[in-house]
Design a protein around this ligand. Structure first.
Ligand code: FA5
Length: 331
């Protein structure tokens, strides 16, 4: 066989036996490339006579055209197969179940806080923040605690400096408000409080309080009882009963403890929610408020006690342990 026909046959079989476009490209370079074997045939032309040369050249060109066409059609076929495979691999099955995003829930104490804000807000109390890291003077001095009074022992806390504490009660708000707002006024805050406490089921070293106070002309215990009655009904339903018993806090006179019970909650047991009373005249005077004209009430409640009572949670340590099995129950 002559060298042109031989090479043509060899190249054709190399093209048709290439299994991938990459292999085919290699074969194409080998035969049809600039330095490939088909071009190499032309080198033999010098050995031919002048009459033979045009026919020889023509046949080499024919062979190149033929092989180029063969290459292209093989390439198209291989490429199509490869694309089909790729599509199959990349296929997105829209019928497969997806991965639902995990939706967070508000912590039960945050939910309670939001509700307290709604209820007191609707009664005209204005929400205001006060700091957890608080000056001793707002936590105690501004609240009519005489120096070294034993009432401070019940609220021992964590000292950052002699004059800076982790606040023991949200009543610290009062002194801060007196410095910038004149009565009549109605304010409240909700936040975290700390005490050096022997921790048990109902006492934490870290807990939350809501604290509210109101000053206006002619404010009496009747206003306090009306407000705390309405608050209890909004939080626990109309069947709730409210109890006030005399209690002592340096910043109120008279002072009471405030407890509630409801036949369907906590086996009807009384739960102490907090303390309350009429703001001590010493405090009003200390802050330049005319006590002939103004009087006020104040109350401070434990936030944890509210969901404990509602849902029968008997250990407040659950709230801060971040165990999702507990928290998810109150979604
Ligand atoms: C006070 O903290 C006063 N500031 C409340 C007050 C405000 C009285 C305004 C008068 C006028 P007391 O120490 O009793 O009071 O705490 C109030 C409530 O906070 C308690 O009834 C309880 O519900 C909650 N509480 C107190 N200590 C803890 C604790 N260690 N863990 C969980 N809750 C607590």
């Amino acid at each position: 066989m002559d060298p042109i026909a031989e090479l043509r046959q060899e190249a054709e079989s190399a093209f048709s036996s290439a299994a991938t476009t990459a292999e085919l490209r290699e074969a194409e370079i080998k035969y049809l490339g600039k330095n490939g074997l088909v071009t190499g045939l032309m080198k033999g032309i010098g050995a031919l006579s002048a009459e033979e040369r045009p026919a020889f050249g023509q046949r080499v060109n024919d062979a190149r055209r033929h092989l180029t066409a063969a290459y292209e059609s093989r390439y198209a076929a291989l490429r199509q197969g490869e694309l089909a495979l790729q599509f199959e691999q990349d296929r997105l099955d829209m019928t497969l179940p997806g991965h639902p995003p995990r939706v967070g829930i508000e912590h039960i104490l945050q939910q309670t806080t939001n509700e307290i804000k709604r209820v007191l807000g609707s009664m005209g109390f204005v929400y205001e923040e006060s700091p957890e890291v608080e000056l001793f003077k707002y936590n105690f001095d501004a609240l009519n605690y005489p120096p070294d009074h034993p009432a401070m022992d019940a609220q021992d806390t964590f000292y950052l400096r002699d004059d800076v504490v982790l606040r023991t009660q949200c009543t610290d708000l009062q002194g801060r408000i007196y410095e910038k707002v004149e009565p009549p006024l109605r304010f409240f805050t909700v936040g975290r409080t700390y005490r050096n406490e022997a921790v048990d089921r109902t006492h934490g070293h870290t807990f939350h309080q809501v604290d509210a106070f109101m000053i206006d002309e002619g404010i009496s215990m009747a206003h306090l009882k009306g407000t705390l009655g309405a608050f209890a009904r909004a939080m626990f339903g109309d069947e709730v009963r409210v109890r006030f018993r005399p209690d002592f806090f340096p910043f109120v006179e008279p002072g009471v403890d405030y407890a509630i019970s409801s036949p369907k909650l906590f086996n009807g047991r009384w739960v102490e929610l907090g303390g309350a009373g009429l703001i001590h005249p010493n405090i009003l005077e200390q802050h330049g408020i005319d006590t002939d004209r103004f009087s006020g009430f104040a109350f401070g409640l434990g936030v944890e006690r509210i969901p404990m009572m509602r849902y029968g949670i008997d250990d407040l340590r659950n709230f801060l342990e971040n165990d999702l099995r507990f928290l998810r129950r109150y979604a």
